[in-house]
Design a protein around this ligand. Structure first.
Ligand code: DOR
Ligand code: ZN
Length: 446
């Protein structure tokens, strides 16, 4: 069975052009311009899909998700969250190790890979976590089984904090996989917490979150990680930058020259501290959403190349968990289904170009994590594609939220654009032509 996608605006590698894609055996076999004759490609086994008026983007590679399996399946599963992901145009996802049990050894990686092979709608990769007592395991993990090493320099959901300098030095000196760091200074956060508790007691307003997890906590910790990587020439990716100040620690040379790269997540590009009043603990996440000036600096850094990747840190918790008071409510926001729609709104607002979105969500993730034949619309590459209608709006509500936790910070918000369908390895896995429909296909370990 082959597929011919006709008459779309195709966004790839800095350009947008009108054309057609011919897909066969999971790959993009041919890219044609709008005026090319495609009749010789059609056989009785060709499915023709007219995409007039729509854009085709390389499917998003979200390098930072928490799908919660195993052990936290009341919040989400690989099945439920990857299904939400394809409905958002995401075709590959890299999942974090703070599950239960945490992913600290090859055995736990094998267990996750087995679940994903059976249940995942998207191509997948798993990070192995480093803790205070698994350094040998992490350094010796089969690099084909893990996409990177996740290091928490500040504790968050799951408590996988590593603060022993000797472990950190050995890790940075010997790691064969890229290290992805969550950088927030624990000591500083604890001091800020004590101060806030003495001021407000046990139930402060949510607006204290960026005061507890403040700019300085992010800056000091990111600086420490960057200095360790410079000392040992380690491949380091700093997750979810949230402050203008941290940007001083990065450069905008071309991606292929970088050993140290950076990521921003959609929530830090979208919300500001003014949103705490309206959304409360729903937008409590680590690192915290900070000021308007921070958000604007992060947006600008995406455009100048100081920031290489846009991800989500998709981190679902139940409504009941989030409804608790400030200190008790867990940090994390479900986002994987709505990141592309949010970014397309920012395109409508003139903040980013479509080409930049595609670079930061597909091209750069593929290059940085070494995924072969993905992340670009090129002949011979896997047909991982998101099709969007830039000009049909969609209001987010309980009828279309697919997360297991059944809520979103975007509830009742109307996005200007809509995801029409998603292809993973050439298969139409999600379509929203009239009513949403899903189909499982064969997915791959990245
Ligand atoms: O807000 C967050 N939630 N930050 C993290 O680092 C972890 C995540 C989660 O797993 O809930
Ligand atoms: Zn995370």
């Amino acid at each position: 069975m082959s597929k011919l996608l006709l008459n779309a605006q195709i966004v790839n590698e800095g350009t947008v052009f009108h054309g057609h894609l011919f897909i066969q055996n999971q790959v993009i076999e041919k890219i044609l311009s709008a005026t090319d004759d495609y009749s010789s490609l059609i056989s009785e086994h060709t499915e023709i899909i007219d995409l007039s008026g729509y854009y085709i983007l390389p499917g998003l590679i979200d390098v930072h998700v928490h799908f919660r399996e195993p052990g936290l399946t009341h919040k989400g599963t690989i099945f439920s969250e990857s299904r939400a992901a394809v409905a958002g145009g995401v075709t590959s996802a890299l999942d974090m190790p703070n599950t239960n049990p945490p992913t600290l050894t090859e055995k736990e990686l094998d267990e996750k890979l087995a679940i994903a092979e059976k249940d995942s709608f998207v191509n997948y990769g798993f990070f192995v976590g480093v803790s205070s007592n698994n350094l040998e395991d992490v350094l010796n993990v089969n690099p084909r089984k893990a996409c990177g090493i996740k290091l928490f320099l500040g504790s968050s959901t799951g408590n996988m904090l590593v603060d022993d300098d000797q472990i950190l030095n050995t890790l940075f000196a010997k790691a064969r996989l890229p290290i992805v760091v969550h950088a927030e200074d624990e000591k500083r956060i604890n001091e800020n917490t004590e101060r806030i508790k003495s001021q407000y007691g046990e139930n402060p307003p949510i607006s204290v979150h960026p005061i507890i997890r403040d700019v300085e906590a992010c800056y000091q910790s990111t600086k420490k990680a960057v200095e360790l990587a410079q000392k040992y020439n380690t491949k380091l990716h700093v997750a979810h930058l949230s402050t203008a100040r941290e940007l001083d620690l990065f450069s905008n040379v071309s991606l292929l020259e970088k050993r140290i790269t950076s990521e921003v997540c959609v929530q830090h590009l979208w919300f500001t501290e003014q949103d705490y009043e309206r959304l409360g603990t729903k937008i409590k996440c680590n690192p915290a959403i900070k000021s308007f000036a921070d958000r604007n600096a992060l947006r600008e850094a995406v455009n100048t190349g100081l920031i290489d990747i846009i991800a989500t840190d998709h981190a679902p918790h139940t409504r009941e968990e989030k409804a608790q008071t400030y200190f008790k409510a867990p940090s994390g926001i479900p986002l994987v289904q709505h990141s592309l729609q949010a970014l397309l709104d920012l395109v409508h607002q003139g903040v980013f170009s479509l080409e930049t979105i595609v670079q930061k969500t597909a091209h750069n993730p593929a290059l940085l994590f070494g995924f072969e034949k993905r992340g670009f619309i090129r002949e011979g590459y896997f047909a991982d594609l998101a099709v969007v209608d830039m000009n049909t709006s969609q209001t987010i509500n309980s009828t279309n939220i697919l997360y297991k936790c059944e809520w979103s910070p975007f509830e009742d918000y109307t996005f200007k654009s809509k995801i029409i369908c998603t292809f993973v390895n050439g298969n139409l896995v999600f379509r929203n032509f009239t009513t949403p429909q899903f189909k499982h296909s064969t997915t791959y370990q990245l």
